[in-house]
Structures are given as structure tokens and as C-alpha cells.
Design a protein around this ligand. Structure first.
Ligand code: HEM
Length: 539
């Protein structure tokens, strides 16, 4: 999926030699023999020689270190950081602080849970390149428990192993490549039309006629409408003056999920026996999921009825992903409900936060905006509506999205539970260990990105076809077989939305907005409302 920078590949390939599957190399030295528990919590009892040495090669001798030897903050300092200093809102900053203090790889303990953090692009690349057929991101027990309780299936985010593999292989055929989603170009553009109309209305409601307060509200509605037109093959009315009630109910359920993020996070962390005493987190968690599943039921059932009616009339049934799933029955109805529910959940805030940051950065860096506008004007003129096919002619629009996601990766960190014993950065990491891949700190690493805190979309533009500028320092959609399945949908929405906005308006900072810092609230989001001016361009 990602073309890897040739230069980068050489580095990575070298580094990859270090990542050794101990099982393969030490056939006789099992984890048990090394005193490593299945859950991966125990450390090696003593220092081991590296596999190369063990095999008697003349490769330079290196020594494997155990998790015990890995640096990291103490449990107490972690507790203070997170519960006393509200570290949950600063997870991204803590990544940077810990990387500075403890280096490229460090461990943290959250009660019984040990987490190994990896804050180096080459080590991240090693881990992701060595993944098996069905990587696991995190412990999803509370998500699974809710689904079992209600008789729902798991979807791509919550499923594991065979179940995940089966659903992923169906969905990846439908939406993983840019050309798969290019067919939705007209549908997305009809949503962009409504975005621009809504933007005009919001501006007209302000005394200066140009300001939009809290742009994320607008982009949230755009992202929801945009993803739904693809997932449900219908319009929801998010950008209308009067939002339909069922859509409004869904938005409330989604807001509940995120506003109670901390409490719902505890829904998984609080042991079951404590639920009668502290019931709120689990109740809120179930309540918001009920709302999300209900919404998918309504819209999937609507599409199913339409298809049945078309078939009864003897008409040909045409449609997108949902129609394909309903007609081919490659998934059960429960699997379809669960997947569209999880995709809608994953596809709204991620895209809207990125659009908010992109427009904020354009306002803060007018000379960059000018460059991008020049490209759009040259390619499309003032009025041509961009389609998916035009995107290849707009490298700076693609660079804008990449650079925004580098500076503000919506998922500042990602997780993996190791499915084999691994050696990473000279440490022995037993199977079953929770890894945290620190994308925020690798994105801001000067070794990967010169003047890393500068906003420079042009750094992603290729000089020619042999020049690749992908970089494991910034992989905002993840990498490999478990990467974001909605990447191409999100990109299409963002490319078409941003191109039209830049074509039509000059974006400026509003005096009501100063420097907006990021905060982590599950996702990396603006820490304060972003208010911007959209001044209509004169051609
Ligand atoms: C700017 C927008 C988005 C960003 C930055 C983003 C980022 C990510 C990341 C980092 C992951 C984890 C990948 C991994 O573990 O390697 C992920 C997973 C996922 N994303 Fe996205 N995402 C975005 C938009 C979307 C959209 C629009 C959808 C749905 C249409 C979506 C659906 C999913 C799903 C279902 C998964 C789980 C995939 C699996 O486990 O197989 N995402 N996303």
C-alpha cells in the first residue's frame, strides 16, 4: 500500500535484520525454558546472547537485554502523571517527554499492565514489518463483552484472529485502493456543495460576514455526511438547517461516547465485580453503543428494503459497498451492522479534526496557502469542480493532508500486542506484550523531518517518479495488513473538501483565535475552538 522511500528502505532493511523471531532461531530455546510467562509479564532471568552469536556466526556479538533492564517511569510517577496532572489529555506531550528522558524504547506500568513504548521510526518499522497475518491492536474485551451481551457481531476494530481476517478480506476488496473509492467522487462532491452552502450561511450569521466559529462543528457534520453517503448510500441531512431527529440522536450517542471518554475507558479497566458499586462507566459505555448500533440498523434496513423492492420490480440493483455486502451475502447481517457501525465511529472525528487543523494551519501560514491556491487555480481554474481523477494533479493538496497529519496525527499513538517473541532495539520482548507505537514523537523527530515543527506540505511532493517521500516517522493511517481500512475514503473527503474551500475562499485567522494547542481526548484534537475567517476570493 505504501511505497517506501528507497533511501528509507535501505535503513529499514538493515534494521530489519535485528528484529529476530526468537522462536525461529532458537527452536530449542522456548519461552518456558527462558522463564517467560505466556502473558509476557516476566522478564528473562539472565542476559542472553543474541541469536547471531548463538548460531556461532562471526557477526559482532551483541547482548540481549531483558524488560527488567528497560528504562521507564515508575508506576507511582505514572499514576501521578495521569490521575493527578491529567496526563490523559497530554498523552502526546508525555510521549515527547518520555522519549527525551528514556530514549527510543521504554516501559511503563499501569497497574498490572506493562506497556513497552517505541518512539523511533526504525524500530516502529521493524515491528510493523514483522507482523503476522492477523495483528492484534489492543485488548478489546469490553467491546466484545458488550457485543456478546446484545447478540451483535464484532466489526473490524473489535474483531480478532479468523473473524477479523474473514471480514477484512471482504472489505479490503471494496475500499482499500484509491480507484475503489474514486467511484464515490460525485457523491462526495454533492456533500462538498452542501458544505460550502453551510459555510456561507454560517459566515452570514456573523457581524463581519466572514467568520465561522468553531470550525470543527462544521467539519464534523461534513465528515459524518461524507462517510455516510459511502457507508449507507444515503444522505443524513447533517448539513441542513434542521438536522433530522434520528441523525441528531446518533450525534448525541457519538458525543456521549467521546465526552465520557475517560469514564468509558474505565468501563474496560474496572473489574466486573466492581460494576455494582461503580456502575456509571459500564452503563454509559453500553448506552452509547446502543445508540450507534441502532442508527446502523435503521440505515442498513432502509437500503435492504430498497434493494428488495427493486428486485421485486425486476430492476437491476446498482450501488456501492453496502449494496455489494447485502447482495453478495459475503458477510452475515450482524457482521454488516457491526462493520458499518464501527466504520462510522472511526470515520467522523478523525476526518473532522484533520480538516480543522488543515484550515487552521493554512490560516497561520498564508504563504503556504498562497502556494497551494496557485496550484489549485492553475489546475482547475476558479470554477472547475475537482474529481478524484484530478487529485493526482494536485500534489500540494495531498501534501497538505500529509503534513497536517504529521503535525497533528489524529491517533498520536497506536498499539500492538506481540504475537511472537521479538527482539526490538536490543530488548527481548515476550509474546503477549502490549506495545505502544509513539507516532506523535516520531512525527516530530528532526532525524526524519528537517525543521520538524515547521508546516511544509511541499516536503511531501515528489520531484519525479523515482523520488519517494514516504517515511515511517509519519504513518497516520498505520501500516500494513491492519492499517486504516477507511484511509482512501477519508482522503477523498479531505482532498475534495479542501480543494473547493481553497478555490473559493482565502482562509484567515480570526482575532477570536490565538495559538490553539492540541489535547488528547482519545484522539488528538484542538484544545480550544478554532475560529476562522473565510474571505470569498475574487477572480
Ligand atoms: C483522517 C482520517 C483517519 C485517520 C488518521 C485514521 C487512522 C487510523 C489508524 C491509525 C488506524 C489504526 C491502524 C493500525 O492499527 O495500524 C485506523 C484503523 C481503522 N480505521 Fe481509520 N482513520 C481515519 C479515517 C477513517 C475512516 C473515514 C474510516 C471509515 C470509513 C476508518 C475506519 C477504520 C477502521 C474500521 C479501522 C480498523 C481497521 C482494522 O482493524 O482492520 N478510518 N484508522
Amino acid at each position: 500500500m505504501y511505497a517506501i522511500l528507497t533511501k528509507c528502505w535501505r535503513n529499514l532493511h538493515g534494521a530489519r535484520q535485528l528484529l529476530v523471531n526468537l522462536r525461529a532461531l532458537h527452536k530449542s530455546a522456548t519461552s518456558e525454558a527462558l522463564g517467560i510467562s505466556a502473558a509476557g509479564q516476566a522478564d528473562m532471568p539472565e542476559r542472553l546472547l543474541s541469536p547471531n552469536t548463538a548460531r556461532g556466526s562471526n557477526v559482532e556479538k551483541t547482548t540481549l537485554k531483558s524488560l527488567k533492564e528497560m528504562p521507564g517511569p515508575s508506576t507511582l510517577s505514572n499514576l501521578i502523571e495521569f490521575f493527578w496532572r491529567d496526563g490523559f489529555a497530554r498523552i502526546h506531550e508525555i510521549q515527547l517527554e518520555h522519549q527525551k528522558k528514556y530514549g527510543k524504547i521504554f516501559k511503563s506500568r499501569f497497574g498490572p499492565q506493562l506497556v513497552v513504548s517505541i518512539a523511533d521510526r526504525e524500530l516502529v518499522a521493524q515491528v510493523l514489518r514483522a507482523e503476522g497475518v492477523a495483528p492484534q491492536r489492543a485488548n478489546m474485551e469490553s467491546w466484545k463483552e458488550y457485543r456478546v451481551m446484545r447478540g451483535h457481531s464484532t466489526g473490524l476494530i473489535s474483531a480478532e484472529g479468523e473473524d477479523w481476517l474473514k471480514m477484512r478480506s471482504v472489505l479490503r476488496q471494496l475500499i482499500m485502493r484509491p480507484r475503489d473509492v474514486a467511484v464515490f467522487s460525485d457523491d462526495v462532491n454533492s456533500v462538498v456543495d452542501d458544505l460550502i452552502k453551510r459555510l456561507d450561511i454560517l459566515c452570514s450569521q456573523q457581524p463581519d460576514g466572514t467568520t465561522v466559529l468553531n470550525v470543527n462543528d462544521l467539519f464534523f457534520k461534513y465528515a459524518m455526511e461524507g462517510v455516510a453517503v459511502i457507508l449507507y448510500e444515503c444522505r443524513l441531512g447533517c448539513l441542513q438547517n434542521e438536522i433530522p431527529k434520528e441523525t441528531q440522536d446518533y450525534i448525541s450517542a457519538l458525543h456521549l461516547m467521546f465526552s465520557t471518554f475517560k469514564t468509558t475507558m474505565y468501563a474496560g479497566a474496572i473489574p466486573k465485580w466492581l460494576r455494582p458499586i461503580i456502575p456509571k462507566p459500564w452503563e454509559e459505555f453500553c448506552h452509547s453503543w446502543d445508540g450507534l448500533f441502532k442508527f446502523s440498523h435503521i440505515h442498513v434496513s432502509k437500503r435492504l428494503s430498497q434493494i428488495k423492492a427493486q428486485l421485486e420490480r425486476g430492476e437491476e440493483v446498482k450501488g456501492g459497498m453496502l449494496t455489494h455486502l447485502l447482495v453478495t451475502k459475503e458477510m452475515t447481517m450482524e457482521e454488516i451492522y457491526a462493520n458499518v457501525t464501527e466504520m462510522l465511529l472511526a470515520g467522523v472525528d478523525t476526518t473532522s479534526f484533520t480538516l480543522s487543523w488543515a484550515t487552521y494551519l493554512l490560516a497561520r501560514y498564508p504563504h503556504v496557502q498562497q502556494q497551494i491556491h496557485a496550484e489549485v487555480e492553475k489546475t482547475l481554474g476558479p470554477n472547475t469542480v475537482a474529481s478524484a481523477d484530478d487529485v493526482s494533479q494536485l500534489p500540494l493538496i495531498r501534501g497538505l493532508v500529509k503534513e497536517t497529519l504529521r503535525l497533528f496525527p489524529v491517533l498520536p499513538g497506536n498499539g500492538r500486542i506481540t504475537q511472537e517473541d521479538l527482539v526490538v532495539g536490543g530488548y527481548f520482548i515476550p509474546k503477549g506484550t502490549q506495545l505502544a507505537l509513539c507516532h506523535y514523537s516520531t512525527s516530530l523527530d528532526e532525524e526524519s523531518f528537517v525543521d520538524a515543527t515547521d508546516f511544509r506540505p511541499v516536503r511531501w511532493v515528489r520531484k519525479d517518479t523515482t523520488d519517494h517521500v514516504d517515511n515511517f516517522g509519519s504513518i497516520p493511517f498505520g501500516y500494513g495488513i491492519r492499517s486504516c481500512i477507511g484511509r482512501r475514503i477519508a482522503e477523498l473527503e479531505m482532498y475534495l473538501g479542501l480543494t473547493r474551500i481553497i478555490q473559493k475562499f482565502r482562509i484567515e485567522m480570526s482575532p477570536k483565535t490565538d495559538d490553539v494547542k492540541a489535547k488528547t481526548h482519545g484522539l488528538l484534537c484542538p484544545g480550544a475552538p478554532i475560529n476562522l475567517k473565510f474571505v470569498e476570493r475574487e477572480y
